[in-house]
Design a protein. Structure first.
Ligand SMILES: Nc1ncnc2c1ncn2[C@@H]1O[C@H](COP(=O)(O)OP(=O)(O)OP(=O)(O)O)[C@@H](O)[C@H]1O
Ligand SMILES: [Mg+2]
Length: 248
């Protein structure tokens, strides 16, 4: 689903990513772990070309999604971002109703059939494990929801336009343990249909939700392995030191 080949990425003269080659399969959850500043978010943002929005950056290497180089001139960036959704660290619902947050993406994509939209909003809220909690509040402001509910609403907003890939940058780090476990259960459900890449500082979370884990340090991919193997018996000594909490 996603493949990078020899990726180097620079902010000005600072090299944030060094020669990263990685493959991620469809319907898997991949976790990126590593100390602060090691390049996890930078790498994640390559997959929907969010780094394009930052001035004075340079990319070398290839980033393929479904076999296509997403940095090729022929790529339509709006279509790419429709196919590769993103959820951020802090829930960022639009200042609109719960319903409109989910309906928004459908409307901007030209869908006008009210019945279709209403059905889709309900289905998507169910898929995001939120419907039962908000079914009587669909017309209330999204800001009236709890932080954990707002984050599931943001996931629903991303799902509504049917992406293939969902990128999540520390999606639960601002949430309490119960909301966090709801997001983790949700990720587990969603991988049946989507390919998920998640950045997390929480090692237990990486171990619980992901199939594969990539460990980054100072812009390098130190180890990429099956999550079970990575946490029980990593190939690399630095990985071992990091996951056992000896640094970082
Ligand atoms: N917009 C930017 N301009 C210049 N340098 C940046 C920018 N964004 C990130 N960097 C630098 O690139 C490196 C990687 O940053 P990145 O945000 O990808 O790390 P991270 O692994 O996600 O860290 P954290 O765990 O703290 O979120 C850091 O040294 C950071 O200072
Ligand atoms: Mg980050």
């Amino acid at each position: 689903m996603i493949e990078t080949k020899n990726i180097n990425f620079y902010y000005g003269s600072f090299q944030a990513l060094k020669n990263i080659s990685m493959k991620m399969d469809a319907n898997t959850v991949t976790a990126f772990i590593g100390p602060s500043g090691c390049g996890k978010s930078t790498f994640l943002r390559l997959f929907n070309r969010m780094n394009d929005l930052i001035d004075d950056t340079k990319l070398e290497g290839e980033c393929l999604i479904k076999g296509k180089d997403i940095y090729d001139k022929s790529i339509n960036i709006d279509a790419l971002r429709k196919d590769v959704g993103m959820v951020f660290q802090k829930p960022n619902p639009f200042p609109k109703s719960v319903f409109e947050n989910v309906a928004y993406g459908l409307k901007v994509n030209g869908i006008t059939d009210k019945k279709f939209i209403a059905n889709r909003v309900e289905e998507t809220l169910k898929a995001a494990a939120l419907f039962d909690e908000v079914k009587d509040k669909l017309n209330k402001s999204a800001f009236e929801l709890s932080g954990g509910q707002q984050q599931r609403l943001c996931i629903a907003r991303a799902l509504a336009i049917e992406p293939s890939i969902i990128l999540m940058d520390e999606p639960a780090s601002a949430l309490d343990p119960i909301s966090t476990s709801k997001i983790e259960e949700l990720i587990h459900q969603l991988k049946k249909k989507y390919t998920i890449v998640i950045v997390t500082h929480n090692m237990q979370q990486a171990a619980r939700v992901s199939d594969k884990t990539g460990f980054f340090m100072l812009g390098e991919l130190i180890e990429y392995n099956d999550t079970k193997k990575m946490f029980l018996n990593p190939d690399n000594e630095t990985t071992q030191n990091y996951i056992t909490g000896r640094f970082g």
